[in-house]
Design a protein around this ligand. Structure first.
Ligand code: IMP
Length: 175
């Protein structure tokens, strides 16, 4: 039975790095002509999104988009929107908040879909980058942590729907 094992990113490490990302967002969006729409990618980014928006002192709007891209620990390369945004992003500054970039297929699909709606700008903030697994090159504007090729659970990351509620990021062990 696969279980959460070694902690890769602890609670204090998450808090400190997300604080820095929040300051970066304030610097980059704080003087913009309008407030950005921060789009959390469900389900994985829900905890990161909640902590990130609380770590930045700017006016912003939140929305969520739900995508399904994985079955278990294997990438299917198949991406589907299961729950769409509630508002138009045309002419707006959009920041996508994603939990992890692995092969890059999910984010590539998502960026293409959102670009087609003509936002004024589109940037991406990702908590964890598994850079060595990349199949397609996808631009990332803000990256929390770079990790090796390990399947992680906790802090929004799941294995077959479990372990999202752990307050830290751990390696999945015993698979
Ligand atoms: P990509 O399309 O391969 O970049 O995968 C992105 C999606 O795969 C993420 O949004 C996650 O839902 C899932 N994913 C990739 N690696 C992990 C992991 O280590 N733990 C949990 N989910 C993962």
């Amino acid at each position: 039975m696969a279980r959460p094992g070694r902690i890769l990113i602890s609670e204090p490490e998450l808090k400190a790095r997300i604080g820095e990302l929040g300051a970066d967002l304030a610097r980059d969006y704080g003087r913009g002509p309008s407030s950005p729409i921060v789009v959390g990618v469900l389900q994985g980014a829900f905890l990161f999104m909640a902590d990130l928006v609380r770590a930045t002192q700017i006016d912003l709007t939140t929305d969520f988009i739900g995508v399904v891209s994985y079955a278990g620990a294997q990438s299917s390369g198949h991406v589907r929107i299961v729950s769409d945004l509630s508002m138009s992003i045309e002419g707006r500054d959009v920041l996508v908040v994603e939990d992890i970039v692995d092969t890059g297929l999910t984010l590539t699909y998502l960026k293409r879909t959102l670009e087609a709606r003509h936002p004024r700008s589109l940037r991406v903030c990702v908590l964890v980058d598994k850079v060595e697994r990349r199949k397609v090159d996808v631009g990332l504007d803000y990256v929390g942590f770079t990790i090796p090729n390990v399947f992680v659970v906790g802090y929004g990351f799941d294995y077959e729907g479990l372990y999202r509620n752990l307050p830290y990021v751990a390696a999945l062990e015993g698979e």
